[in-house]
Design a binder for this molecule. Structure first.
Ligand SMILES: NC(=O)c1ccc[n+]([C@@H]2O[C@H](COP(=O)([O-])OP(=O)(O)OC[C@H]3O[C@@H](n4cnc5c(N)ncnc54)[C@H](OP(=O)(O)O)[C@@H]3O)[C@@H](O)[C@H]2O)c1
Length: 318
């Protein structure tokens, strides 16, 4: 399959920016839709061969037009929380978009989609709206009758300079540096480095062996959430007391946080965290990718946290 031009849906996000950088190095032409071009242009505009297009891809016509001259699509769009708490937001972003994407690919003769999903995505048994709808998206893609070759990537939590995991806990720990009530503290994760994931995706694009495969992707070690938050606290130089919340208190905390702006934790997150996010088999080995440990990367972007945040505050005020 000849692939020169790729549409990267969600290319402006944390994973997307790393992926765009990597694919641009390989000489691919890239098309990245965004809901707000001005907001995202700084991060991507300098990449050669990248077209950043402001459009609403939930409109099927716009999506069809976006894909007109593309050979493949990589879908990275995903949300961890929705405005309301009824699953409709997740359905729209994770499921309806995929239905429209399959149609748009069929109309444009596109035969290749890479989908970034998540460990434990499961249309039937997923415990949260997030996991259920991610699973539904996988099923739709796998059963497409348009002859589109699919590869699905199912990572544990992803870390890297602009991640929303360590950076979010770092921000929360700054607010509460002495003690920190932690829900779902026993849940296990095997954090994977964003550049390892990106390498995996880049290798798969043209590899027929990856067609119709789902890859589980993890880092080299497994930690409980409590380990990871303690690690974040130590890396920031705090001596924070982590207070584990039992199941009932975790659920209550989630219910309260449902009403906070930006939802730092939600009932849906609580439900997702009822299942460990770990791999049965880490598929990074298929392209000889050696998993990077959090200890080799996270201190580089968390240690200067106080210092950097001082300057961004300064910039915001100027
Ligand atoms: N980060 C993790 O730890 C992790 C772990 C497992 C799986 N995943 C999955 O990996 C994917 C990428 O994650 P990420 O951390 O890079 O996400 P991210 O930084 O939040 O980026 C997602 C991108 O999707 C677009 N987007 C978000 N909501 C949208 C909406 N309602 N309609 C249209 N576009 C929307 C945004 O683009 P614009 O704002 O430019 O429109 C954004 O750039 C997601 O599907 C996520 O579920 C992530």
């Amino acid at each position: 399959m000849l692939i020169k031009k790729i549409a990267i849906l969600g290319g402006t996000g944390f994973v997307g920016q790393s992926l765009c950088n990597r694919l641009s190095e390989d000489g691919y032409e890239l098309k990245v839709p965004t809901r707000n071009r001005e907001y995202n242009r700084e991060d991507l505009i300098l990449l050669p061969n990248l077209e950043l297009i402001e459009t609403d891809i939930h409109n099927p016509k716009n999506l069809k037009n976006l894909l007109i001259d593309c050979d493949a699509v990589i879908n990275l769009i995903g949300i961890l929380n929705e405005k309301e708490n009824n699953g409709k937001g997740f359905k729209k972003v994770h499921v309806k978009l995929i239905k429209n994407l399959i149609s748009a690919c069929e109309i444009n003769g596109i035969r290749r989609i890479l989908q970034l999903s998540a460990l434990n995505a499961d249309a039937k048994n997923g415990k949260s709206f997030y996991l259920k709808t991610k699973g539904e998206a996988e099923e739709l893609l796998r059963s497409n009758s348009a002859g589109i070759e699919i590869t699905i990537f199912r990572p544990s939590v992803i870390f890297g300079k602009k991640d929303s995991f360590f950076n979010r806990f770092a921000k929360l720990l700054k607010i509460s540096p002495l003690f920190f009530p932690l829900a779902c503290y026993k849940t296990k994760f095997s954090p994977i480095y964003v550049l390892d994931l990106v390498e995996m995706m880049t290798n798969s694009i043209k590899d027929p062996d990856s067609y119709n495969k789902s890859y589980q992707l993890c880092g080299p070690k497994t930690y409980t959430l409590k380990d990871l938050v303690s690690y974040t606290s130590k890396t920031l130089g705090f001596n924070c007391l982590i207070i584990p919340l039992n199941n009932v208190l975790s659920r209550i905390q989630a219910k309260i946080f449902d009403f906070l702006p930006g939802k730092p934790f939600s009932t849906d997150n609580y439900l997702s965290a009822q299942t460990d996010s770990i791999c049965e088999c880490n598929d990074l080995f298929r392209y000889n990718i050696k998993a990077t440990a959090i200890e080799d990367v996270v201190p580089q972007y968390l240690s200067g946290y106080e210092y950097r945040s001082f300057y961004s505050k300064f910039r915001n005020n100027s």
